[in-house]
Every structure is written in structure tokens, then in C-alpha cells.
Design a protein around this ligand. Sequence first.
Ligand SMILES: [Zn+2]
Length: 300
Amino acid sequence: MYNLIHALSFDIEDWFHIAGIPEVERRGNWHEYPTIVEDKTDLILDILDEYDVKATFFVLGWIAEKYPDLIKKIVDRGHEIGSHGYWHYRVNTISRQMFKTYLERSITVLEELSGQKVKGYRAPSFSIMPGYEWAFEVMKEVGLRYDASLFPTQRGHGGYAIDQRPQLLPSSISKTNFIELPMSVMNFGKIKIPFSGGGYLRFWHEKVLQHGFNKLEKEGMPGVVYLHPRDFAPDCPRVKMSQFRRFKCYFNLHTTHRKLEMLLENYKFGTCEEVLKQWFEVVDLEELIKNKEKYLEGVV
Ligand SMILES: [Zn+2]
């Protein structure tokens, strides 16, 4: 599809926001660590300016409070601000109340600093799994419009069996009218292969990434790219972890910059909100949520 826009997103956190590694999850130590988040976010912003592309930055509340100027820079350069939670807690490790408290805290900080209404959320490690659908009710309660956390195949910390098209969540998943932008996979029969973000994007050769995006375009399906500042930091500090996790976290870090440029050279990208508006053909996502019945009847 010639005019298809894919979603470009960045989860803005530091190198030590790695899920499931107790040594760095202990936040008492965070202030003592060296940091890469400002430098590498600047690099990302420069790349996007060069290609005149806008993206969604799902920022951790803790990062926003610590580096308020970073939020201003992202906004001044025309990008969308979303929430990545406050402390980088995975949704499937905390209570509904805790999720709500910290989600609200992150939104307050981000809205105050950005002057933007925060509409989207990305769960750390895509950690909304079956059994945690209450997260959508909470997102609606706190005034968000869409979620971009479901990963349509099994992975280390997340995974949710869902079609990858953008959608209003069906009532089998949530009774809440809520919009979902799932991550992208390449379908080979029943096998779904992630390719468009983080360690997967770093792992695959550029030709595989192109194959994935060409396939999505042929199907008229917007893809979702997700990256972190640390994906652009070949020299970032290393954390002790299993060999497999080490591979996923640190493999091919030197290739991210070039791969992102290749994608920006060959495909059209925009913010998550833009992609959703394009998909549902609405000017305001709120309108879609209010008129769920109408849309489910086949208006879109
Ligand atoms: Zn994260």
C-alpha cells in the first residue's frame, strides 16, 4: 500500500532498565550508575530530524523526572510522548492498584513536562499477558487512549495470542473499549517470527527486515518498530546474566543505527497515534472509543 505509515517507537529508559535482573532492578543503585539515556536519545532525535520523521517516545516517569530537558527536546522536535510506566515494573509482577498508582504518576510527570496529553502506553517487556487484562480497564480509567504492549507470540517476559492488526479490543479480551496496537511479526504458517524491534531487529540481517516490511505492506498492515537508547550503545555497561539473555541484550548493538536508517530510507513512518488514526480513519481516537458499536458493525 503506497501510503501506508508504519509506527516508529522508542522506549526511553537507561541501560540498567533490564527486566528480571535483580542486580539492576534494585532502584536504590540507579543514581550511582553511569548513564546513556540522554546521549543516545539525542542521537535518535538527530536521526529522525535527518529523515524528517516523527515517532512516539514511551518515556519512563523516573527518567522524565530526572532529565526534564530531555522531554522538552523530544516535544520541541514534534514527537509524541507516551508512558512506559514510572519504575519499569512489569505489569504481570504487580497488583492492579500498584499499576494504577505508578501509571498515573508517570502520566502526571510526562504531561506536566511535555504540555501534551499522554494517550499511549507501552508496558515494560510487553508484560501484559493473559490474566492481566485489567490493565486495559486501568488505562481507560486514567484517561489513556491506546495500548501498544501486546506481543502476538511467545517471548521471555510477555506474549499474547492476538492478531497483529490495530484493533478495538474484542470483548473476549476486554469488556473495556480500548484500542490496541500490537507488535509486528512475520507469519510463516502458524509460526510467528518477531523482527521489528529490540534484540530481534538487531539480530536479523537488513534483508530479513526488508522482507518483513515488504510483506506487511503487501498485506496493507502497518508494522511497529520499537527500540531503546541502549540499542544504539555498543559500549554500554554490561550486566551479569545468563548467556542467552546476554546474547539478546548485547548482540549486534553496532548495527542498530544503520538498520534504522535503512528502514527510514525505504518505508514511511509516523507516531503510533498517527498509525491508529490512519488505520481507523478517524481524526480523534476518543471518537473511536465512544463509538465502538458503530465501528464493530463494519464502518471501518
Ligand atoms: Zn522498557
